[in-house]
Ligand binder design. Structure first.
Ligand SMILES: *Cc1c(COP(=O)(O)O)cnc(C)c1O
Length: 438
């Protein structure tokens, strides 16, 4: 199957090209040319299937023409080597815990899947001469998931750009201490600056004629599409428990909107989700779009849910494209909510005091939006996207605990930080890459 650019539906690329390029050369985002349906029979028995089995069916439906079945099975199995539990936190409200991977955040799945897919495409001819350079801008969690997903993948170098002083110490340790094929670049600016620098690199023709560059942000189809496994899996676990699945509302804590966009595509493939909630912190450009019909990007502001501090969500272009630009249709499927830091932390403490369940700030935004947006009688799922200990100081002060740091995180904290400092302008990045990669 081919993938077209959201800027020009006549511009198409193969899966291998789309994954290796990241962004289309015209600056658009790649979308699958067709969204294949999954046979209804699959949903009849989904409750008896494991996460890996479900993911393999979904992955085969999407990528089956382009990747041999045994290779795809290996990619899926290796990517999903950990649990994704669905827990009822109060009647009819379920937390889908996506934080049991190596960096304890939901981006592990997409990053690990993409690393394996890229390695497969890169090794096709058996010549490993061609190094792929992965550029990634992070407001915290992308950097750690991508760096760990790609660590020691042959033929791939990773450059992680992050805003100096604006990610938590634990997050920073997860991508600045690895070394080997991972370089961390500490930018004296904001996340939006980092994202803009990376975007400039992708559309710089002369740089791209010398270096093979790709993105591991959710603009890359290999990173964002596998996220739809979560939604099929959540549906299956509800079916398995005998919960009625005819009216599901799913609340997704959203930053660049890659995760929710994959859920919208899952629905097009036949997954019966009735309604979506895009939950935002104060960076609520999408909610403003729902309210006004106008999309007006603005600079991001820093919040306690910092992986969602995004002022110009890159996957908005995909959502518009998926709905053929229809504002009415988008509003029918998706509602939006926004919360400030006080509301987020209050939500963490309120749920903890009432039920004992510990939310992280991102999950808290999604939980609260679900409570505020769900219709009576519907079943609600919210995505818990990060382990609460990744935001230890905020969570500890909200609920008055001293959360233990999981050993997976403590290990990173013992490493030595190595970074390259950079000013927030594209020419600095360009010069650095040309020096480094020759
Ligand atoms: C990246 C991230 C999000 C936002 O996901 P998008 O796909 O960018 O919308 C939410 N929560 C956490 C913990 C994240 O790391």
């Amino acid at each position: 199957m081919n993938y077209y650019s959201t800027n020009n539906p006549h511009y198409t690329a193969s899966l291998s090209e789309a994954v290796t390029q990241g962004l289309a050369p015209d600056g658009g985002l790649y979308m699958p040319e067709r969204i294949p349906s999954i046979p209804m029979a699959f949903f009849k028995h989904i409750g008896q299937m494991s996460l890996q089995e479900i993911a393999f069916v979904v992955a085969s439906t999407l990528f089956g023409d382009d990747i041999q079945s045994d290779n795809l099975k290996k990619i899926v199995t290796e990517t999903l080597s950990f649990d994704i539990p669905l827990k009822e936190v109060e009647p009819g409200i379920y937390a889908l815990e996506l934080f049991h991977g190596p960096t304890l955040a939901f981006k592990d799945v997409g990053a690990r899947f993409m690393a394996r897919m890229l390695a497969l495409f890169n090794n096709k001819g058996g010549d490993n001469e061609n190094v792929v350079n992965v550029l990634v801008a992070t407001s915290g969690d992308t950097g750690s998931a991508v760096a760990n997903g790609f660590l020691d993948v042959p033929g791939v170098r990773v450059f992680v750009l992050y805003p100096q002083g604006k990610v938590s110490r634990i997050q920073e340790a997860q991508f600045t201490t690895l070394g080997r094929n991972i370089t961390a670049i500490e930018v004296d600016g904001t996340f939006d600056d980092c994202q803009a620098m990376v975007k400039s690199a992708f559309i710089d023709p002369s740089l791209n004629s010398t270096l093979t560059l790709t993105s591991a942000n959710s603009i890359n189809v290999a990173r964002f599409l596998p996220q739809m496994f979560y939604y099929f899996h959540a549906y299956a676990r509800l079916a398995e428990m005998g919960v009625p699945v005819d009216r599901l509302t799913v609340s997704v804590p959203s930053g660049n909107f890659g995760n929710i966009c994959s859920a919208l595509i899952a629905k097009r493939m036949g997954l019966n989700i009735s309604h979506f909630i895009a939950a935002n912190n104060r960076n609520d450009v999408f909610l403003q779009y729902l309210l006004t019909g106008k999309y007006v990007p603005r600079p991001s502001v820093q919040t306690v849910a910092n992986a969602m501090d995004v002022g110009n969500p890159s996957n908005f272009a995909r959502i518009l494209d998926l709905y053929g630009g229809s504002y009415d249709d988008i509003c029918r499927d998706i509602s939006g909510f926004t919360y400030n830091d006080d509301q987020i932390l209050h939500t963490v403490s309120e749920l903890y005091n009432r039920t004992g369940y510990v939310l992280d700030p991102h999950g808290a935004v999604a939980y609260r939006a679900l409570k505020d947006g769900i219709e009576p009688g519907a079943i609600g799922i919210f995505l818990e996207t990060a382990h609460p200990a990744k935001f230890k100081s905020a969570v500890d002060s909200a609920i008055g605990t001293d959360l233990p740091i999981p050993s997976k995180l403590a290990m990173f904290m013992r490493g030595e930080k190595q970074t390259v400092k950079m000013s927030p302008q594209y020419p600095a990045l360009r010069k650095f890459l040309l020096n480094e990669c020759h």
